[in-house]
Every structure is written in structure tokens, then in C-alpha cells.
Design a binder for this molecule. Sequence first.
Ligand SMILES: [Zn+2]
Ligand SMILES: [Zn+2]
Length: 343
Amino acid sequence: MQLYNKLSAKEREALLEEAGEDRLTISFYQYAKIGNPELFRNHLFVAWDQLDVLGRIYVAHEGINAQLSVPAKKFNDFKEFLDGIYFLKDIRLNIAIEQDLKSFLKLKVKVRSKILADGLNDKSFDVTKKGEHVNAEKFNELISDPNTILVDMRNHYESEIGHFQGAITPDVDTFRDSLDIIEEDLQEHKEDKNLVMYCTGGIRCEKASAYYKHKGFKNVFQLEGGIIEYTRQVKEKELENKFIGKNFVFDHRRAERISDDVIAQCHQCGKSCDVHVNCANEACHLLFIQCKECAAKMDNCCSDNCKEINALPYEEQKALRKGKKNSNKIFKKGRSEVLKFKQ
Ligand SMILES: [Zn+2]
Ligand SMILES: [Zn+2]
């Protein structure tokens, strides 16, 4: 029985191109008590590998958080498999609007201590006492109420390229940071205002809403299924779209365009732009916004220093990197003093 990937990302990319079949990019999460995450993980891997599922899935004692892609023609089998697991039966799947063959190139199912790195001590509050889930229609209604405070629960590099009109977008690097900042800002309004929150797919709000209720907020609401599901409902029901710009997503696409507005700027020249890239220097890999002209001028790098390193022969680059720690390169928080136009 094969429990791990055998193909490299490159080999997979070639295979996907050759097959040329439609794939659906899907995300979902569920908090549930999983007794043996390791066993559950293996069960998922074996079944999904057979269905040609690719993606990044976290399994923990507290539940599952999945971002994946599945061949369109195998979607029904995939759904049937989920329905066979009692806590995933009829689960809402967030299906991406823009489909990309290569949103994921590997199937990675990992056991973690938590499905979301939220930095919270869950024992200190009741995570099941969540805020009220609202659909797109109710959400639109709520956020046009002057008595509502709308909060973006994502990080700075996400809200920078797109957010709801009128939302508070905390300038934070982590979810944990935003919790405290928001609480402090809204100290006076725990009882008299509606606290409405949203995130990419809803998972961050699950915890945050319970946390804020525990902290004394009386009227807590969360956008069900996050921006992804909101956009789907807006299209389906022809509602007014109140989201401007792009929705940052955690696969190779990096973002989905929701409205035509470009609300960010190139971090190097200041020109209107909302395309995230990673610095081409492998030792850096900084996530930042770069326009086409700057990409050409800088050889896809974030700084002159990185440009110099990137131009060296690969072996020399490797020698330079030796002994230096480099954690979580791909989503390294997009901050650096070299980026003149990062606000
Ligand atoms: Zn530029
Ligand atoms: Zn760099």
C-alpha cells in the first residue's frame, strides 16, 4: 500500500498537462473529534490517491482542514467518499471560481497538533459557542447597518489585495495578533454593536467568533464559507458584490479575482498592481507584490542583493545557503525594508 507521494512536482505537472482534464479546486474544514489522526490520515491518503486528488490536507485530533483539487469527472466519487465519513457527510465544499489545472501538484496529508495554527489555548474557552453563521445576503444586510463593525480576520498580505468595503483590516502577521488588536479597538462596543467577521473560507472565524463571545461580545456574526462561498452565492443569486479586489488563496493560483478593482500597488515602484510573487532567490523567497516591469528589471527578485545571488551558479548559491535556517519560505510574511512601497 502506498502511503506517500512518488512523483515529484515536475513529473506531476507534466502528467497533468498531458491529461489535460478539468479539475476542481476545493477547500473545506471541519472541527470534529478524531481519535487516531494517523490512521485517519492514511485512510484519506489511500482513498484520495486513487481518485487522483492533489492538495494540502491537515488532520488533527480537533478535525480536518483541506485544500485540494480533484478531477471534475471524479467529483461524485469524491463526494460519495466524504459522505461515508459521519462528520463529513453533506459538508459544504468551497469550490474555487477560477479553475486551474495546477492549483496543487502533490497530495500531502499531514498530521498536525491543530488544523489551524491559531495560537489559542482552547481550554480557556468553549470553542463550540460560535458566532451566528450568515449567508451572503444576510451578510450584505448586516454590513450596511451603521451599527455593525466589520472585521477582516486575515493577515496584512491577504487584505492588501482585496477586502470588503468598509472592513477593518488589521495590519498583522498572524491570526493570534489580530485577535488582541481587534479586542482592544472594540473594547467600548462589546454590547452595543454587531461584530461581523470574515476570512478566506470560514475556518479562522470559527475560532475567532467563539473567542470573542468568550471575551464578552454579545452580537457576533461570521460569514459562512468565507469569501469563497460569498462570491459563489453572489453570482448564483445575483446579489450586490461588496468585495473589492482579489481573494488571496493558499494554492498555486495565489488569488482569485473577485472585482476588477486593483487596490494594491507594486512594492517596488508603487504602480497599481495586485500580483503576488515570491522572490526568485531561493534563499529569500519573500512574498511580495511586483509589477511586470519591475519583475523584468529585477530578474523576479525583491532586492539588488537577491538579484546578485540569484545570478550566481546554482552550486554557489547552495554553498551560500549552507547552515542558514530558512523556514516556511513560500508564505514568508511579505515584509521587508527593501520594499519601498509596502504600506
Ligand atoms: Zn513595479
Ligand atoms: Zn529576495
